[in-house]
Write a protein that binds this ligand. Structure first.
Ligand SMILES: [Zn+2]
Length: 197
């Protein structure tokens, strides 16, 4: 088993992969921020994905987790690798007409012990939506895990674990100091450089 990595070492992996971006970003929560974690740049390396998600799974070993669920797209690889470490199934929720749903024939049996995972938790909004979907299907959510927690609070009633915390301020658009400076806001995931192609 891999030895534990400190939060500092976890964030160093993100930095080394170029996944800790600086700028002016519109987060999926609708908030603005001067930094963004592009986890896909870490998870594109299967060795990193396996190592980090094995560590994320550790505190949930022996809890009888049968299902690991995550919101698409960002959480899919995390759910897959955590489920591998726990010997569980991995499935994902996705938005259809704005509402988080379980599609593709995924089923959850009544009372199935489910761990909800994410790459990054910012406000916890999408995590709560996934919890709600799992409970609608009769599953029992027993924990929440994420690679990096930048929410700075504990908005969940179940056991929660993250590999690292990152203190990055988020701002509503109306009070965003970067907006006041007139800096254009970027939606991460869209093209970051224009090369004329
Ligand atoms: Zn702004």
């Amino acid at each position: 088993m891999d030895k534990c990595l400190s939060p500092h070492e976890i964030l160093k992996i993100f930095k080394d992969c170029g996944a800790l971006l600086e700028g002016h970003f519109l987060l999926s929560s609708g908030l603005h921020s001067s930094q963004y974690l592009q986890c896909a740049l870490v998870l594109q390396h299967p060795a990193h994905a396996e190592r980090l998600c094995t560590l994320l799974a550790q505190p949930f070993q022996g809890q009888g987790i049968e299902v690991v669920a995550a919101p698409a797209l960002g959480g899919i690889i995390v759910a897959h690798e955590v489920a591998r470490a726990l010997g569980a199934r991995a499935l994902f929720t996705e938005r259809a007409e704005g509402r988080m749903t379980l599609r593709r024939g995924f089923q959850i049996a009544s009372g199935e012990r489910t761990l909800v995972v994410e790459d990054v938790i910012t406000t916890g909004g999408s995590t709560r939506e996934v919890i709600h979907v799992i409970e609608e299907y009769g599953g029992k959510v027993v924990g929440v895990g994420c690679l990096v927690d930048r929410s700075g609070e504990s908005p969940f009633e179940v056991e929660r674990y993250s590999l690292a915390h990152l203190e990055i301020p988020n701002y509503p658009a109306a009070t965003c100091p970067l907006c006041k400076e007139g800096r254009p806001v970027v939606k991460p995931g869209s093209r970051q450089t224009k090369t004329g192609g």
